[in-house]
Design a protein around this ligand. Structure first.
Ligand SMILES: [Zn+2]
Length: 373
């Protein structure tokens, strides 16, 4: 791990005067899970707690502003205007929040790799801290090594709608520090828990050069109970909107179960479009939704090449697909899931309650017409 920190340590040291230069501190440590009954009760009341094994966060030391600048100075992903997901049509960017979770995230990564689909993971850094975070840290490295983007989703998934400076420091600054150290690279994107951020929070992101990442396709996978219905709903929403930024949660068992089916549906849809000479909805990296003011940000050549390669490979992938019949396509194994499975991941505590979108969505945004009930 020290070697991973080496590069950033040098960057930081170069920017910080010699006397104040110090090694990059690690993520805020987490306390032992089996705390007092009072602590357990308090934890049980927590609305959204990514890990059942964490009950308290030790407040991080104040982070040197110059040091943070070095951790957020991503020239490609940072400093853009807020992503809303409606910046482009004809492309779709998948995003997964609240992870990593060793119980569910690997299945999501496997599916993305199988279908050659880029994605962004917004990490709750409490999950990669301390001795309980080892599995999570390994997953972050797997995501990065496989070419996925990682952004911050705060330290502990608190609602920041009314957050004051101290809490912003604890949740934004500290998560960036932890994630940049683990990723060994600057972090350019932040997604607020529940999408909720106040003026002070947005000012903090701007100061740090972080791009706020919202979404346009709210699958509400976190409240879904039926894999088959969720699968159908996600692809129909993507088709209805002609793409966008899709919000899902890799910590949810149901998402892990259906994502391969969703990506298969997307491929099938694109094959059908190809056959009828219509434009496909290409799965792309979130780069395609970056904008500066109203100007789309230039797409890095390597990212464009990946999209072009996907498009070029599509005819061959389509040729290998089983012929489409008028009957329903063969159900994925996810559809055969027992319906009695609870809507929580096995290792998790209380049911997570991710993005409360209806409340967080800015005024005037499209209302989700595809409730999962
Ligand atoms: Zn979340």
């Amino acid at each position: 791990m020290l070697c991973r920190l080496g590069h950033l340590g040098l960057v930081v040291a170069a920017l910080v005067s010699g006397a104040s230069a110090r090694p990059l501190a690690r993520a805020a440590p987490v306390r032992s899970p089996q705390a007092s009954p009072a602590a357990s009760a308090a934890a049980a009341e927590t609305k959204h707690r990514p890990s059942a094994t964490v009950t308290a966060i030790v407040a991080p030391a104040r982070i040197d502003a110059r040091e943070l600048k070095a951790l957020t100075g991503d020239p490609v992903l940072g400093k853009a205007d807020r992503i809303d997901g409606d910046e482009r049509k004809g492309v779709v960017a998948f995003t997964f929040d609240d992870g990593p979770n060793p119980e569910t995230t690997p299945q999501v990564i496997d599916a993305l790799e199988k279908y050659n689909v880029p994605a962004t993971f917004f990490i709750v850094t409490q999950r990669i801290a301390g001795r309980h975070g080892e599995g999570g840290r390994e997953l972050v490295h797997r995501e990065i090594d496989a070419g996925f983007i990682v952004g911050s989703h705060s330290v502990s998934h608190k609602n920041l709608r009314h957050a004051a400076s101290e809490q912003l420091t604890r949740e934004i600054d500290a998560s960036i520090k932890a994630l940049a150290a683990e990723a060994d690279r600057p972090i350019g994107m932040f997604r607020a828990p529940y999408g909720a951020l106040n003026t002070a929070g947005r000012a903090r992101l701007k100061k740090l050069g972080l791009t706020e990442a919202f979404w346009s396709v709210d699958t509400r996978d976190w409240m879904a109970h039926s894999p088959s219905r969720l699968r159908k709903k996600v692809i129909s929403m993507i088709k209805a909107d002609g793409g966008g930024v899709v919000l899902m949660h890799d910590v949810k068992w149901i998402t892990a179960e259906v994502i391969a089916g969703v990506l298969d549906d997307l491929e099938a849809e694109n094959c059908a479009r190809l056959a009828s000479q219509r434009e496909p909805i290409l799965p792309v990296s979130i780069h395609y939704f970056l904008k500066d003011g109203k100007t789309p940000r230039a797409i890095p050549a390597s990212v464009e090449q990946r999209t072009a390669a996907y498009e070029a490979a599509l005819p061959e992938r389509c040729a290998k697909r089983p012929p489409v019949t008028t009957a329903a396509r063969p159900a994925s194994r996810s559809v055969a899931m027992p319906t009695t499975k609870p809507d929580i991941q096995p290792s998790s505590g209380p049911v997570t309650r991710p993005e409360a979108v209806s409340a967080a969505k800015p005024a005037g945004k499209r209302v989700n017409k595809h409730a999962d009930k």
